[in-house]
Design a protein around this ligand. Structure first.
Ligand code: 6R9
Length: 649
């Protein structure tokens, strides 16, 4: 097989694309030289109730930090996703939904979605939700998840979506931090044939006495499974909807009013409540969705992300719906009941644009190409990748087997914090190089700095920073503005620090090399090693734990835990299993360690700091060149750990 390292834009794609190379260069230049003028123009792409006159007010100075966009304008996000389409495309399908079982199919037009959202917005009001209140959403992938989000937006409530895979303890922590007033959930979810006890998890979370702000739990009936019920707290979704009026005037929100909170892992402490506001986020989510995916009216767009992640917010709900797209939403996973499911769904719904993650691509790749023998794929036009670096082999497989070498691939780099895509090819403008996220989107100024914060010019490698604001940027960490400043603006003063490392080549293309902090990326999901460590040490048999990522063929990174047991506790296989279950219970299945190595001691400096670089190397089975161990309090622990390492591949 040939392995080209450059895939030039195909002329027929460039000819029909929204943006070609010449336009990219011109617009990018304009966006940097004259950001005021550029964003004044593009800020018009959404509907404002009161138009803005002020475009931006930004300072990345850590002593005097502020980020404001379009800040004297008013708008409503749900109105931008719904009402403004009614005249022109009220009867167009907004959501095509396919259940975990492919026999379950539903569609909602824009008019129907609008009606559901208005009713549910009134239902929320009926349960006491007011502007500025936090509503926690813990839902399966059903249209009602989007309805709940948009209904919050409609009345100015702040939604906080929690991924359905998180445990009761994780839910409790997020409800406490966000002071959630109402929770929206379902009796059970279904994923890959398995039932997920959503309501039971909520019940369990609410037993925590520190969760003391939640007044009501609204429960959607999805499976009809048996659930516990608290009469004065729990309400059925269908009961609230029966009495709710379908008229609901969208609340007039200031551009800088909060739209949602989304918790994400950092290198230290508990997950942070990333706060996004309304105006800038809507402009940026919709603009990137249109240009990055070269979205044209009438096209069917499928993003496989769960609404519990930022991708599900920006590129399943807000971006595409603001653009009047028809979205496909899938309740299950795209490789169940067989790896052919993804292709079957593309063909069944004539999907034009597919946005998915490298971990899925690698999982499908491992199943063999013959799984795709019956796949037609002729509807597909553009394909995207997000969540982690895509290795060139997976990129080529995606290109050849799914895209049949006719669809441009956009490898989109961004973060929960950035609200939208920052570094990405544009289908009609950017020659692709497998493994590179390529170039910045309009208005984005990436740069590389060394560990002292010196800018690196030309080709090189360093810490990835962004020099100036873009409208979709997070505004603060909910309840903890100091942490926002400290995490993102103090490492390298005057710059937004992404936490990622990157290389830049001679063509100015960026190649993300992965996190440079203690965050690991497992199947595209972010986890802080500190969170997993604190879950482990909460177990009564554990004295100490250190967690690192290691290369994993399918997941990108796997979780490798070194655990020191309390004196006298026996290192058994049974206990290892118990530890895995324990972490599952504490955080959620996605945090379950793949490998747990018993460690009688950990490599520490004389001041007691764990030297993680040794642990990373041992976990990666890179044991021949470990580097200088002389600063360790007890260098002999290294040999013991190498000897009993668990990854020898
Ligand atoms: C959107 C999302 C953010 C972290 C980010 C980086 C990694 C995301 C990537 C990528 C290389 C890409 N990441 N996209 N790395 N190439 N195309 O995933 O947000 O869950 O907050 O994760 O994911 O390390 O810093 P989030």
């Amino acid at each position: 097989m040939s392995t080209p390292s450059l895939y030039p834009v195909k002329p027929e794609i460039a000819a029909n694309a929204l943006i070609n190379e010449e336009q990219y260069k011109k617009m990018y230049q304009e966006s940097i030289v004259n950001p005021e003028g550029f964003w004044r123009e593009h800020g018009q792409r959404i509907d404002w109730i009161k138009p803005f006159s002020k475009v931006r007010k930004v300072s990345f100075d850590d002593h005097n930090l502020y980020i404001k966009w379009f800040y004297d304008g008013t708008l409503n996000a749900s109105q931008n996703c719904l009402d403004r389409h009614l005249a022109e495309r009220g009867d167009q399908t907004a959501i095509i939904w396919e259940g975990d079982d492919a026999a379950d199919q539903r569609t909602l037009t824009y008019a129907e979605l609008h009606q559901e959202v208005c009713k549910f917005a009134n239902a929320l009001r009926g349960q006491g939700v007011r502007r500025g209140d936090v509503v926690t959403i813990y839902m399966p992938m059903v249209p009602e998840a989007a309805v709940a989000m948009l209904a919050c937006a409609r009345i100015g409530a702040i939604h906080s979506v929690i991924f359905g895979g998180f445990s009761p303890d994780s839910i409790a922590a997020r409800c406490i931090d966000g002071r959630a007033k109402v929770i929206v959930t379902a009796d059970e979810g279904i994923r890959a044939g398995r039932k997920i006890p959503l309501k039971a998890n909520i019940d369990e979370a609410l037993k925590n006495p520190d969760v003391n702000t939640v007044e009501k739990v609204i429960v959607l009936q999805r499976t009809g499974g048996d659930i516990h019920w608290e009469d004065n707290r729990d309400v059925w979704w269908h009961d609230t909807m029966k009495v709710a009026s379908e008229h609901c005037v969208a609340a007039e929100m200031k551009a800088e009013d909060p739209l949602f909170l989304l918790y994400t892992s950092g290198s230290t402490g508990n997950p942070k409540g990333v706060l996004h506001t309304t105006g800038g986020y809507m402009v940026y989510a919709s603009m990137t969705h249109e240009y990055v995916f070269d979205y044209k009216p009438g096209e069917i767009y499928w993003c496989t992300a769960d609404v519990g992640w930022i991708t599900g917010h920006s590129y399943m709900v807000y971006g595409p719906l603001a653009n009047g797209a028809t979205i496909l939403m899938h309740e299950g996973v795209p490789n169940y009941p067989s790896p052919a499911r993804l292709g079957e769904m593309v063909d069944r719904h004539k999907v034009n644009i597919l946005y998915t993650a490298p971990t899925l691509i690698r999982a499908l790749m491992a199943e063999g190409e013959e799984q795709f023998d019956g796949f037609d794929g002729s509807s597909l036009r553009i394909m995207g990748s997000v969540g982690e670096p895509i290795n060139p082999e997976a990129w080529r497989w995606y290109n050849d087997v799914i895209g049949k070498d006719t669809c441009p691939i956009v490898d989109t780099w961004w973060q929960t914090e950035t609200g939208g895509i920052l570094i990405t090819p544009l289908p009609g403008a950017t020659d692709a190089k497998p493994g590179s996220a390529t170039r910045p989107f309009f208005g984005v100024q990436p740069a590389l700095v060394d560990n002292l914060g010196n800018l690196i010019e030309g080709a090189g490698e360093g810490n990835l920073v962004i020099l100036d604001s873009w409208p979709g940027q997070m505004r603060t960490v909910f309840n903890d503005h100091d942490r926002f400043v400290l995490t993102y603006f103090k490492t390298f003063r005057g710059m937004y620090f992404t936490g990622d490392g990157a290389k830049r080549d001679e063509d100015g293309y960026y190649w993300i090399t992965g996190r440079v902090d203690d965050v690991i990326n497992v199947s595209g999901h972010r986890l802080g090693t500190a969170e997993i460590e604190s879950a482990l040490v909460a177990h009564h048999d554990v004295a100490e734990a250190a967690v690192v990522g290691y290369p994993h063929d399918i997941k990108g990174q796997g979780i490798y835990a070194y655990v020191t047991l309390n004196h006298g506790i026996e290192e058994t296989e049974e206990l290892r299993q118990e530890m895995r279950q324990w972490v599952r219970k504490e955080i959620g299945a996605l945090a379950t360690p793949d490998l747990i190595q018993w460690a009688s001691g950990l490599p520490k400096t004389r001041s007691g700091k764990i030297m993680r670089r040794f642990l990373r190397k041992i976990a990666a089975n890179e044991v021949t060149n470990l580097g200088d161990a002389t600063t360790l309090a007890d260098p002999s622990v290294i040999d013991v750990l190498i000897e009993s390492r668990l990854n020898k591949s």
